[in-house]
Design a protein around this ligand. Structure first.
Ligand code: CMP
Length: 147
């Protein structure tokens, strides 16, 4: 089944100039990049996007990190896009990724559990929520509230 998922290159990935190699990996792996935007998240947007983690101890540092520079947000499309993109990025902890998934994207450009370079939706429910969070379904344009 063709699926869509939300992928994000986080601030350290953009700053470290990994965006092009990550996009090449995405295309070489058979994904279509259906939509793409580059923007800097403000605090409210980052807090809303990560609302499910709001009670966690790492939430303030997560928000700080995610607002520290520009991010690239993409809608990726392919069969099994959600789980295939999660497999391609590797484990949340970039140090684990380097040990157990050395060809993963997080092994390439992640630093640790917090600064892990890329994001991927973890389920069909979160993919739907995250795509409509950033993109207007009817027009494919960026939804105004996040410009
Ligand atoms: P992501 O997959 O984007 O979704 C939630 C994010 O929270 C995760 O990547 C990490 O960046 C961050 N995160 C998850 N667990 C921890 C943790 N234990 N310490 C710091 N950051 C975390």
């Amino acid at each position: 089944v063709k699926e869509k998922t939300l992928a994000m290159i986080k601030p350290d990935g953009v700053e470290g100039e990994y965006a092009d190699v990550i996009k090449k990996t995405i295309l070489d792996s058979g994904f279509e990049i259906a939509h793409e935007i580059e923007l800097q998240l403000n605090e409210d947007t980052a807090k809303n996007f990560y609302a499910e983690h709001s009670s966690k101890s790492f939430f303030p540092s997560l928000v700080q990190y995610m607002t520290s520079g520009k991010v690239v947000i993409m809608v990726l499309e392919k069969e099994n896009a959600i789980s295939d993109w999660r497999a391609l990025i590797g484990p949340t902890d970039a140090n684990t990724a380097k040990e157990t998934h050395p060809t993963s994207i997080r092994a390439l450009c992640g630093v640790d559990t917090g600064r892990n370079c890329v994001h991927g939706s973890d389920s069909p429910q979160s993919a739907a929520r995250e795509i409509s969070f950033f993109f207007d379904k009817s027009t494919s344009d960026v939804s105004q509230r996040h410009d």
